[in-house]
Each structure stands twice: as C-alpha cells, then as structure tokens.
Design a protein around this ligand. Sequence first.
Ligand code: ADP
Ligand code: MN
Ligand code: MN
Ligand code: MN
Length: 356
Amino acid sequence: MAYQAEYIWLDGTEPTPLLRSKTKILHDEVSEPPIWGFDGSSTNQATGDKSDCVLRPVFHCHDPIRGGRNMLVMCEVLLASNMRPHATNTRAKAARIEKKYAHDDMWFGLEQEYTMLRLDGTPLGFPEGGGLPAPQGPYYCGVGSGRIMGRDIVEEHTQACIDAGLSISGTNPEVMPGQWEFQIGPLGPTAVGDQMHVARWLLHRIAEDYDVVISLAAKPEKGDWNGAGCHTNFSTVAMREGYDAIIDACEAIGANYMELVKNYGDGIEERLTGKHETAPWNKFSYGVSDRGSSIRIPWQVEKDGKGYAEDRRPNANMDPYVVAAMITETVCSAADAKADKTTKKAPAKKVAAKKK
Ligand code: ADP
Ligand code: MN
Ligand code: MN
Ligand code: MN
C-alpha cells in the first residue's frame, strides 16, 4: 500500500522565511523517508539555471491530519552541487553547536505566540468592518464569547500536535484578542526547532480550513496592544542543578545582549518598547518574576535554587534554530571559560603551597 509523506522545509524569503511543503508518495518497502528535491528558483533559494535544491529529512512523525501511515517530514535544505548546507539552512549551525556543547545538555522550551487574522488582515478579535475592540484586560486566559476567538482552531491544533507525538506542553489565550500561545519543549537545540516548525506548519494547515491566517508578526497591531513573542526558556545541566549557573547564564547573555537581540526576529524594536510586558530592546536586565526584564528567572526557580531562565526577547517570528544556537554558544562558552579558569587556578595554588 502506498502512503503520503509531507516534506516540510524553510524557504529563502527575507526577512522571515516561509514554510513550504509538498507530498511524496511512499510505498510499503520504504520505511525511512528518502532524500528528495525541489525547485529553489520558486522559493528564493536558487536561480533558474541552477534551480535544484536537496531536501534531507531530519525529523519525521505521524501525520495527524491524513492519519493512517501517513507522515510529516521536516527537512533541511542542501546544495545539489556538493550536498553541503544551503545558505538558508540555519539548522546545520545549530547541529554543530549542539554537538560541540553536548556535555552541557542544553534544553529549550519555546512559548510560541501568534495572532489569528481574517483574510482581509484584521485580527479575529477586532470588529469586522473596522473599529477597535474593548481594551486589553479580559482576554488573557479568558473564557466566553466576546473574549475568546478561534478556540476551535486551537483545540484542533493541540490535539494534532499530541497525535503527531510532538512535545507540546500547553496552550493559552493571550493578552490581545485573537492572540494565542502554545509551548513546545523542553527539547535539545535542534529537536526544539524541528518540532516547532512542524507545529507551526500544522497550525497554518489547520487554520486553512477556517479561512483564518496565522500571523507570527511581532507587532500585528500598533498602539496599546501586546505584541507576539516566543519566550525562550533554557537550561544547561548545571542550571538544572544549581542557582549560580543560572546567574552565570544571565550574565553571559548580558555581555552579548546586542548580538543576540539582532537575531531574535524581524521588527524587534517595535515589540520590545519597554511597555506591554517587555524590556526595551536596547537595554539588558534580568530579575526574578520580572516580566519587564529581558530575562526572567521564574519565582519557583529561585525558591528551588535551580531550574531554568526565560529569555523574553525573541519575537514570534524568530527562527528557533538561530535562537537556540546563539543561546547555547553564549551560555556554554562562558561556562567552559569559567571552568577552565578554576581548573587552571587550582594547580597554581598547590605549587605555591609546596614552596612553603
Ligand atoms: P510562562 O510562565 O512564561 O508563561 P510557560 O508555562 O508558557 O511559561 O512555558 C514554560 C516553558 O518552559 C515550557 O515549554 C516548559 O516545557 C519549559 N521548561 C520547563 N522546564 C525547563 C527547563 N529546565 N529548561 C528549559 N525549558 C523548560
Ligand atoms: Mn507562556
Ligand atoms: Mn505568552
Ligand atoms: Mn513566558
């Protein structure tokens, strides 16, 4: 019997890549989805004369929409000429960094916020034909008509993620009407990206059936309306075991905050204004329970003296491979440098002691 494999990849659209997908029919004798290809000249990934790009499967799971044996296949893009990563393949770097710092066992939990729009571009929570809804207040984690829009889509998407076997950890209605969140993780740097892209694809796909557009725009409505972020919770094994490592991680990110924030998604200055539960994009801060800081340490983490930290700055439209790679490199290289210093200091002390 034949079955369907939906091959999903990220294209070359700037500043924010789009998800693309197409279907390959597989037959009984094939158990693993094979390498495939596509026309890169139609996705901003190649010129017409050298249009072939390669799709290499990196993660696959049950397809909860088609059911049966059908599967979803997340792919990375390679150059046909030499099978090396395409310039748009941000996963390749994340994989390299994950391997380099495997001993730190970095985990990520991503809180994906998004806005549901009508086909004319207005948010679902805004009145049809123009005007504004009642101010923010009753919508976050609300219940009831007039406060909640699009719950059917959320229910269907959540169940689809569960059926696909993704590590979805929760959902909630957000502060702006028509805005929602789901969380993926905790998972390693590449796995969290693989699963997030599949979860985003499922959301776009399910919303098609409702004529709803899923927007990952960072600030879909100007004015007194919350933007959409992708808070990035992270921990190394040392952070999961002790509080000092959490403070060290915050300090390491603080020392590189501009470099990171530049890679946290398009339109970051519009969202990180210092209002609407954000810290200004050009100032770094961290604090316990502080939703107005760049990095929040949850109160439970302070109480337990171990756990994780939350970088609140990444936008909804961020690339999880890029963000996970940058945080891993920043936090783990600082931890290694500190460990080097202490191991180098220790023998020096011993020598001094012997001299006495
Ligand atoms: P918030 O209170 O900021 O809304 P959420 O509950 O929405 O937080 O999301 C928290 C995320 O952090 C979840 O995806 C969860 O899986 C993840 N998480 C929990 N523990 C860890 C950890 N040790 N390392 C990384 N992520 C974690
Ligand atoms: Mn959340
Ligand atoms: Mn949220
Ligand atoms: Mn959060």
